[in-house]
Design a protein around this ligand. Structure first.
Ligand SMILES: [Zn+2]
Length: 498
C-alpha cells in the first residue's frame, strides 16, 4: 500500500516536473523564434538633399526669439510674425502652393492639396515657440544660431523643436522642386503656445478648425520620441522610439502643519521634520506597476535587439509579468517610468525667516499617470501612505491641475508601418519601438482627427541632450539636419506621393 501510494506520488512528481520542463522549453522556443522586426529596409538616400541648406536654415530659424507669449514675454509677438515671413521667403514653392490659415493670431495651418480627394490627409506638427533663454551660462548666444568650432549649431530651439519644423519645410520644398505630385492632402500645423503648458490657444483651436471643415487625417506626426542609444534600454544599436501615447500629467500640493515657534527653543517634531518624512515615504513607496497593451508592444519590439535574458522576459512578459515588472522597476529610472505612474516631489515652500520654525510648509508633487491610472488613484495612494498624519489633521492633500493620459495610437496600422519603414530607410541598423511618452506634446489634441497620432523626431539624442532642452547650450549637429530632412523626404514619398 505504502509502495503503491509512493509510486503514485512519484508519478505525479515526475509528471509535474515534465510539465514544467515542457513549459519552459516552450517559452525558450517562443523566445528563440521571436522576430518582430519587418524585413530590413534598404537605405534610401537622395544625394541632392542638402544638409548645408537645412543647417543654414535652422541657424536662421533660431535667430527669431519666438519665446512663448506668457508672463514677461506676453508682448513678444514680433518674432513670431517675422518668423512666419521668413517661412514665406525661405520656402517659396511650398508657401505659394499651400493655403495658409492663421489660428489665434499666430498658429499656422498650411494646407497643400493632393490629387485624390478621397484620401485622408497627412499632418505634420511642430511648435514655433521656445522657452526663454537668458544668456547667462550659455557659451554661445542662445538666439545667435551660431555654428561653433566644436561642430554644433547652438541656440534655443536647436532641439526643441525648430530642427523638426525646418526639416518638415525643407522636405516639402525638396519634393515640390523635384516635381513630386502628392496624392494626399498635406497639412503642416505649427502651434505657437506649446511650451507654457497652460495657454493652449493654438493646438486645440487648430483641431477645432480642421474638425469643423470635416478634415480627417491618415496620420499625425509630432515631436516626441527620438533615436536613442539602445543601451539605455539594454538593447543593441540605435532604437527609434515612436511615441504612441502620452502619460497624464498633474500637480498636487501637500500641506504639512507643525507647532511652529522660535528657533532658539525648538520643539520637535517640527513641520519640516514631518515634511522630510512625507518626502521619504513618497520616494520609497511607488505606485503599483502595470504592463499596458502598449508597453507589451514596446517589449515585443525591443526583444529581438536586447540580451538573451531580457529577451526571454520581454517576449514572455505576459507569463512573467510580476517578476518582469519587478526587474524593470529596479533596472533604471527610464524602465521604471514605462510601467508605473510616477510621483516626483518638486517644489518646497517654507518660512522666509532663518530663525523661525514654520507652522506650515508645502510641497508640490508632479505626477505622471500611466494609461489606466487616474489622478484619483494618485490621491488614494498618498492617502494610504500618509493616513496617520491625515487622521491627526497634520497633513492635507490638495489636487491641482491635471490632464489625463492621451488616447493610445494604433501601432498595427498601415500608417504606422509606413512610418516605421521610412525610419528604417533613413537610419542604418535601427529598431523601431512604439512606447508611452512621459512628456506632453500638442499631438494629444489631435485624436479627433485620427487614431494614428505618432510622436517621433528624426534625430539621435545623446546622453546629455535631454538636459540641454529647456536648459543651457541647446545644440545640434548639422549632419542631424541632413538626415532629418531625408527622413521626411522618405516619409512623404512613401505615404503622400503618387
Ligand atoms: Zn517641444
Amino acid at each position: 500500500m505504502i509502495l503503491a501510494s509512493l509510486s503514485i506520488g512519484a508519478y505525479v512528481g515526475i509528471g509535474i516536473a515534465a510539465l514544467v520542463v515542457v513549459f519552459f522549453v516552450a517559452l525558450i522556443i517562443r523566445t528563440a523564434t521571436y522576430r518582430k522586426d519587418k524585413t530590413p529596409q534598404r537605405l534610401v538616400i537622395d544625394e541632392d538633399v542638402s544638409q548645408e541648406a537645412a543647417a543654414t536654415h535652422l541657424q536662421e530659424a533660431i535667430r527669431f526669439s519666438t519665446v512663448s507669449m506668457v508672463d514677461e514675454y506676453k508682448d513678444n509677438s514680433a518674432p513670431f510674425l517675422a518668423f512666419r515671413q521668413w517661412m514665406f521667403d525661405t520656402y517659396p514653392l511650398f508657401t505659394s502652393q499651400a493655403s495658409l490659415t492663421v489660428i489665434a493670431g499666430y498658429s499656422l495651418i498650411f494646407h497643400l492639396k493632393g490629387t485624390d480627394p478621397t484620401l485622408k490627409g497627412a499632418c505634420f506638427l511642430s511648435h514655433q515657440d521656445v522657452v526663454p533663454a537668458p544668456t547667462d551660462g550659455w557659451t554661445h548666444d542662445p538666439f545667435g544660431g551660431e555654428l561653433a568650432e566644436d561642430g554644433y549649431i547652438y541656440g534655443r530651439g536647436a532641439l526643441d523643436m525648430k530642427c523638426h519644423l525646418v526639416s518638415v519645410l525643407e522636405a516639402l520644398e525638396y519634393h515640390l522642386a523635384h516635381g513630386t505630385v502628392f496624392k494626399r492632402d498635406i497639412y503642416v500645423c505649427f502651434g505657437h503656445d506649446e511650451e507654457p503648458g497652460q495657454s493652449f490657444e493654438g493646438a486645440p483651436n487648430i483641431v477645432k478648425h480642421l474638425k469643423a471643415q470635416g478634415v480627417e487625417m491618415e496620420y499625425v506626426l509630432d515631436e516626441g520620441g527620438t533615436g536613442i542609444e539602445g543601451k539605455t534600454l539594454f538593447a543593441e544599436g540605435l532604437v527609434a522610439m515612436v511615441g504612441a501615447a502620452e502619460k497624464g500629467n498633474g500637480d498636487l500640493e501637500i500641506v504639512v502643519h507643525g507647532t511652529g515657534g522660535h528657533a532658539s527653543s525648538p520643539r520637535f517634531p517640527s513641520a519640516n521634520g514631518r515634511l522630510a518624512d512625507v518626502i521619504k515615504k513618497i520616494e520609497k513607496h511607488y505606485m503599483p506597476t502595470h504592463i499596458t497593451p502598449l508597453s507589451r508592444k514596446t517589449f515585443l519590439a525591443l526583444a529581438p535587439h536586447t540580451n538573451p535574458l531580457f529577451k526571454f522576459f520581454m517576449v514572455n512578459s505576459d507569463v512573467f509579468s510580476p517578476l518582469f515588472r519587478f526587474i524593470l522597476g529596479k533596472a533604471s529610472s527610464v524602465t521604471n517610468a514605462l510601467i508605473r505612474t510616477t510621483l516626483a516631489p518638486t517644489m518646497l515652500w517654507g518660512p522666509d525667516a532663518r530663525n523661525v520654525l514654520p507652522r506650515e510648509v508645502k510641497l508640490n508633487v508632479n505626477y505622471r499617470t500611466l494609461t489606466g491610472d487616474t489622478a484619483e488613484d494618485v490621491r488614494r495612494h498618498l492617502e494610504k501612505l500618509l493616513h496617520r498624519y491625515i487622521k491627526k489633521g497634520i497633513v492635507s492633500i490638495h489636487m491641482l491641475g491635471y490632464s489625463d493620459p492621451s488616447a493610445v495610437a494604433d501601432v498595427d496600422s498601415a500608417a504606422y508601418n509606413v512610418l516605421a519603414k521610412s525610419i528604417r530607410q533613413t537610419f542604418p541598423d535601427v529598431s523601431v519601438v512604439p512606447y508611452t511618452m512621459v512628456g506632453a506634446t500638442d499631438s494629444r489634441f489631435y485624436y479627433p482627427l485620427t487614431q494614428n497620432v505618432y510622436r517621433f523626431g528624426p534625430f539621435v539624442w545623446g546622453f546629455d541632450d535631454e538636459s540641454r532642452v529647456h536648459g543651457l547650450d541647446e545644440r545640434i549637429r548639422p549632419e542631424q539636419m541632413g538626415r532629418a530632412v531625408q527622413f521626411f523626404v522618405n516619409l512623404m514619398r512613401n505615404s503622400c506621393a503618387e
